[in-house]
Write a protein that binds this ligand. Structure first.
Ligand SMILES: [Zn+2]
Length: 245
């Protein structure tokens, strides 16, 4: 196949555009801003889960506090009743002894309940502190998340803009190119590699493999408008402006 030198140069620009479009696609798929956003999102979910668990634990502790308080209240009422009976003139000696014994038991019970209540209240205070900490963390993460989302959207918008510009230029170039040359280029690209590569010294710009001297001599002897292929990867081999390059 033959193609004018100017066509071959356009093909070189097309190759560079496609390489840049690949880099843009790769960067879009592996955006560090997206990774950062996902990391914060995961932290945010984890903090919300911890907060939900703390709320459940605190509800349970609140219920325990109420239970101890009402038990203590019931014991105190019983003690008050016993003291009234102790002071009553109608209470006989046997009853007095029983009442005193019961009062001692009730006082031990009250003391034990008060100790338990104190423990539960201390635990509740600790969890309330942790809950306040998690709420503050969530507020901070929410603001970080909004910033990370903005950064990601900005990065994507910038990439989209560049992609759009490069695709427009690509369309302009391919319209001017010989369709057969474009078809050959696209077939080569569809095979997985670059469609064309610049000959750099002895090396093919598409596959980076050095071309042996015999092939190189044939390439050097070829007419400028001859469409050359890399003997290694099959890419269209483009010669630079300086034939001695
Ligand atoms: Zn090659």
């Amino acid at each position: 196949m033959k193609a004018e030198v100017v066509q071959q140069r356009s093909l070189l620009e097309l190759t560079e555009l496609d390489a840049e479009l690949s880099r843009i696609a790769h960067r879009s798929a592996h955006l560090s801003e997206q990774q950062r956003y996902e990391e914060i999102q995961a932290e945010h979910h984890a903090a919300n889960d911890r907060l939900a668990a703390l709320r459940i634990a605190l509800e349970d502790l609140d219920a325990q506090v109420s239970r101890f308080e009402s038990e203590i209240d019931a014991v105190r009422q019983r003690e008050d009743r016993d003291r009234l009976l102790l002071d009553s003139a109608t209470t006989n000696a046997k009853q007095l002894s029983e009442l005193q014994h019961e009062l001692e038991t009730l006082q031990r019970r009250q003391s034990s309940l008060e100790d338990s209540l104190l423990e539960v209240m201390e635990r509740r205070e600790e969890l309330q502190g942790r809950r306040a900490g998690e709420s503050a963390t969530i507020d901070r993460l929410q603001s970080d998340l909004a910033n990370a989302q903005q950064a990601r959207d900005d990065a994507l918008a910038e990439l989209d803009q560049t992609r759009h510009q490069r695709n427009s230029r690509r369309d302009e170039l391919t319209v001017e190119l010989n369709p057969e040359l474009v078809a050959l280029y696209e077939r080569q690209r569809a095979a997985g590699g670059a469609g064309a590569g610049l000959l750099q010294g002895r090396r093919c710009g598409a596959c980076r493999i050095e071309i042996d001297r015999g092939e190189l001599a044939r390439i050097s002897a070829a007419a400028d408008d001859e469409v050359l292929r890399c003997p290694e990867c099959g890419a269209i081999l483009l010669r630079g402006r300086d034939p001695g390059q």
